[in-house]
Write a protein that binds this ligand. Structure first.
Ligand SMILES: C[S@+](CC[C@H](N)C(=O)[O-])C[C@H]1O[C@@H](n2cnc3c(N)ncnc32)[C@H](O)[C@@H]1O
Length: 587
């Protein structure tokens, strides 16, 4: 029986946080937007759901079972609907071409209106099934927690119509996932991602002269080198050298972060610092309702993480924690928008990876497509970061499982770019670890000359060359990466940078320089360089010369299993950019 949404979503529209089922007066405590359960449960769940669906066999089994149940019920319903996939695709295209209100009351009204229309159409019977499903689908597009709404639909909408909604969300998600590289990166970057064998490369979309800036890119996350973080000489957010008179900091911050301006401090807080190092509750009061965990435990968790960073002098754990925190902050931002009616763009400060007006991809959608090589993951590191999350909101630790942490750390280690100012510094402390245990970043100046590291989602697609066509420059003395052409580049040319210092050092023969850079690449990125320079130099080696053993047989980099399967066309992928639904796998 259809339970009316006005009752079910006791939202007095989207802004009210509590969802109740009026039919039996049961509160869906797991689905309250206001409660801590939302923050800790549904919030983490919403972000985590897609990952689980792709990677957890048990979870997928459950979903498939659930889907079979729905299909069975739908099949039993008479008369069966005769709506083709093409019709559903056309319906989605129509809905996607419609404008949706940006924020606040209009969006709320749009949601309620479509739910209302959907209900009325349901009452007219199956002849109106498609328009009904379309209305529910429209509502889904603007609802902040689509997973949650799908679950509500499942319990309330007739099976036939629910099945249509599920199929539409599947088709839409598949189209978004397979169309990703049509939208990424945004045209303003002047580059596109193209396939080259099983790799993706970055290609120029127009001609450039030597010295031209091809694009500028902000890091999705960045972390100062530990010595500078401790010294307080550089801005924790943008890395700018701080004039002490302008320095801004806050009390009760175990990291003792110092910023060059109040603006940087605010951005850092919004993106991740609040979650990782500040004592205030993560949720605004309207959503928190006093359910935040006790501040003492929270501070302890944060202090333990700050101590860990100080002791290990590492930046990669910080990059991982900041990325996870930024995802959480983004979800909280969306919920906050519903309550405060603020524009999310200012809350979320999201990077412009995709053309404005294009589909919305979540940070996780961008990150999951990055390549990596498995890196060792210290157990203590996972625990200490999980400690920060679990002590912030119950359930948030599920967000960073051991497995997920391993993948994130490996991706950060593989893709981070070294931020260097004016050709690099000379005073970076020398690390005592074995070379294979030292943190590396991609930088033509050498990691030992950087001031910090950043993950740049677009620039992660730059392949390495020992005679590169571009170089990353940090012209503003900040983390903003300017990709500069090192020579004239034609539209369609592959863009490359040097992951390592490829210059021939004093006292080095050309052969020694070649060996050094090839060893560094093999050690850090696990591939044998096949660039034109290495190939030419290799071909002109004296007869009988034996290629050195680099300790790597074949390129060891890989993609996440789900992305790999999807890229090879085996499994229709879904994306968290789109409402989640039971998946369409049949195995
Ligand atoms: C150009 S791709 C860009 C990464 C992209 N995310 C992807 O999915 O393929 C980078 C990968 O290509 C390989 N690669 C880059 N430069 C190379 C080189 N000079 N020689 C051999 N392999 C290289 C490495 O496996 C590296 O991970």
């Amino acid at each position: 029986m259809l339970i009316t949404f006005c009752h079910l979503l006791d939202l007095s529209s989207l802004s009210s946080p509590v969802i109740t089922m009026s039919a039996n007066s049961r509160t869906w405590s797991a689905l309250t937007i206001a409660g801590i359960t939302v923050a800790g449960g549904v919030l983490a769940y919403a972000v985590y759901f897609d990952y689980k669906r792709r990677n957890d066999t048990e979870f997928r089994k459950k979903l498939r079972k659930e889907k079979k149940r729905v299909q069975k019920a739908a099949a039993a319903a008479k008369p069966s609907l005769n709506i083709t996939t093409e019709e559903l695709r056309a319906a989605i295209a129509k809905i996607r071409s419609e404008e949706i209100p940006d924020i606040g009351p209009e969006r709320e009204a749009y949601f309620m209106q479509n739910v209302g229309i959907g209900e009325q159409l349901c009452a007219q019977g199956l002849a109106s099934a498609l328009p009904a499903a379309m209305s529910f689908f429209r509502a889904l597009r603007v609802y902040p927690s689509p997973v949650e709404l799908i679950m509500i639909y499942q319990k309330t909408v007739p099976d036939e119509i629910f099945k249509l909604i599920v199929e539409m969300t599947n088709l839409d998600a598949q189209a978004l996932a397979s169309g990703y590289y049509n939208f990424f990166p945004a045209k303003s970057f002047n580059v596109s991602v193209q396939d080259q064998g099983n790799k993706k490369i970055l290609v120029a979309e127009k001609d450039f002269d030597a010295g031209d800036v091809i694009y500028t890119e902000e890091p999705v996350v960045a972390a100062l080198d530990p010595d500078l973080q401790e010294a307080g000489t550089n801005c924790t957010h943008c890395f700018r050298l701080i004039h002490q008179a302008d320095a801004v900091s806050s009390d009760n911050d175990p990291l003792h972060a110092v910023y060059c301006s109040a603006e940087c401090q605010a951005k850092s807080k919004l993106q991740s610092h609040h979650c990782l190092f500040l004592p205030e509750p993560l949720l605004p009061p309207e959503l928190d309702q006093g359910q935040s965990l006790n501040t003492e435990a929270r501070s302890k968790g944060q202090q333990a993480f700050a101590d860990y960073l100080k002791e290990t002098k590492k930046t990669h754990p910080m990059l991982v924690a900041r990325f996870a925190a930024r995802q959480i902050a983004t979800e909280i931002g969306k919920l906050t928008e519903q309550v405060t009616k603020q524009d999310t763009s200012s809350i979320l400060d999201l990077p412009n990876y995709v053309e404005k007006g294009g589909p919305e991809y979540a940070l996780g959608d961008h990150f999951e497509r990055l390549r990596y090589v498995d890196a060792p993951v210290p157990e203590e590191e996972t625990k200490v970061i999980q400690g920060v999350f679990s002590n912030s909101l119950p359930g948030l630790d599920q967000f960073l499982t051991d497995e997920r942490h391993g993948i994130m750390l490996s991706k950060v280690a593989y893709n981070a770019i070294g931020v260097t100012f004016s050709g690099g510094r000379d005073n970076r402390p020398v690390f005592q670890e074995r070379p294979e245990d030292q943190e590396r970043t991609r930088t033509p100046y050498g990691t030992n000359r950087q001031v910090g590291s950043g993950v740049y989602i677009v620039s992660a697609y730059l392949g390495h060359s020992c005679d590169p066509s571009t170089k990353p420059a940090f012209k503003n003395g900040t983390t903003t990466l300017h990709l500069v052409a090192t020579r004239p580049i034609k539209k369609g040319d592959e863009l490359t940078m040097s992951y390592v210092d490829v210059t021939q050092h004093e006292n080095e023969t050309p052969e020694e320089a070649r060996r050094r850079r090839r060893f560094e690449l093999a050690r850090g990125w696990r591939f044998k360089c096949e660039c034109a320079k290495c190939t030419t130099e290799g071909a002109s080696a004296p007869e009988g010369a034996v290629e050195e053993d680099l300790g790597v047989e074949k390129d060891e980099s890989r993609l996440e299993a789900s992305v790999e399967r999807f890229s090879s066309g085996q499994v229709p992928e879904q994306t968290s950019a789109s409402p989640s639904a039971p998946e369409s796998e049949t195995d």
